[in-house]
Ligand binder design. Structure first.
Ligand SMILES: NC(=O)c1ccc[n+]([C@@H]2O[C@H](COP(=O)([O-])OP(=O)(O)OC[C@H]3O[C@@H](n4cnc5c(N)ncnc54)[C@H](O)[C@@H]3O)[C@@H](O)[C@H]2O)c1
Length: 282
């Protein structure tokens, strides 16, 4: 197992920010990298707010909050991303992820390259870099500081010590790691596709309203109705995942991405992160 002291989280959006908080809270020196400085500022203030909430609830002490913040560095310079392990949570585009991994490997030989992708084949990402044995899927759920599950996705080439290191890391972050095969959508996103797509079909076919579908599913026991969940996830990310899973499975009719969701993406109504999705947020 590799000794991990410094973790670099790439992407400071919905997922990257939560994962950086987890990393710092688990005691690791944490570098948060994003190409967008405004996202880094937003992530820093979001993490501070979350830690303060934990202090107010007496879940951590004010000293622990301070120590946690001291372990965090925010940067938009790739040259500062010297780490033992990387967790990337940037946009859901294969070329963006492989390009980033190649650059990180060049400055960090031997680094473990974990990807938080929801749907891109880990094997394809691994094959694009010079050290495929160091590439692994580490798929957190939203919101990362709260959700207990982490899917750990291995390929035929993943080094067993990389798997052990990532499973240990998930445990140190308070998560339950489940080993998954590198299949389209892994496990959760494969099952969940129908939750989103069937809900949008009902609305597209004028059979129910957004509010009705959400209310019924929540009353049935789901924590969030499908439309509220898509707003939380981010419409662009969810739509990309739908397309990638659909294409990887040979474009089955039942998994055809939704026109309604495409319209939302085209309109820039991405959900909570833009203030408007299926619902409006202030
Ligand atoms: N949103 C979810 O619910 C969810 C859940 C699990 C996994 N994921 C996965 O996590 C990843 C990130 O999703 P998100 O919802 O946090 O996205 P997001 O849109 O909230 O944030 C993405 C961030 O990546 C940054 N970025 C883009 N290109 C970059 C690059 N080349 N280098 C560094 N930073 C870059 C952007 O500036 C942005 O801040 C995706 O792969 C997604 O599939 C998302």
């Amino acid at each position: 197992m590799k000794n991990i002291e410094t973790i670099c989280i790439c992407g400071a959006g919905t997922m990257g920010s939560g994962i950086a908080q987890l990393s710092a809270m688990a005691g690791y020196q944490t570098i948060q990298f994003d190409v967008n400085a405004a996202m880094l500022d937003k992530s820093r203030s979001g993490i501070e707010k979350n830690l303060q909430w934990l202090v107010d609830k007496a879940k951590i002490s004010p000293e622990e909050k301070q120590q946690c913040l001291q372990r965090l560095v925010f940067t938009d310079e790739l040259a500062n991303c010297s780490a033992d392990l990387v967790i990337e949570a940037i946009i859901e585009k294969k070329e963006a992820k492989t390009d980033l991994f190649k650059k990180l490997l060049a400055i960090n030989p031997g680094v473990i390259l974990a990807t938080n992708t929801s749907s891109i084949a880990i094997t394809e990402i691994a094959e694009a870099v010079a050290a495929p044995q160091h590439v692994i899927g580490m798929h957190f759920f939203n919101p990362a500081p709260v959700m207990k599950l982490v899917e750990v996705i291995t390929t035929a080439q993943t080094d067993p010590s990389v798997v052990n290191t990532v499973v240990m890391l998930a445990a140190k972050m308070g998560k339950t790691a489940v080993l998954c095969k590198d299949a389209p959508g892994f496990i959760v996103n494969r099952v969940a596709r129908h939750y989103y797509l069937e809900a949008m079909k009902l609305v597209e076919q004028n059979l129910a309203t957004i509010e009705t579908v959400d209310t019924i599913m929540e009353v049935s026991g789901f924590k969030l109705g499908p439309f509220k969940l898509m707003d939380l996830i981010g419409m662009d990310i969810n739509y990309s995942v739908s397309n990638i899973v659909w294409e990887a499975l040979g474009k089955p009719e039942r998994l055809t991405p939704s026109v309604l969701q495409k319209q939302k993406v085209d309109a820039g109504e991405l959900g909570r992160k833009t203030g408007k999705g299926f619902y409006a947020y202030s």
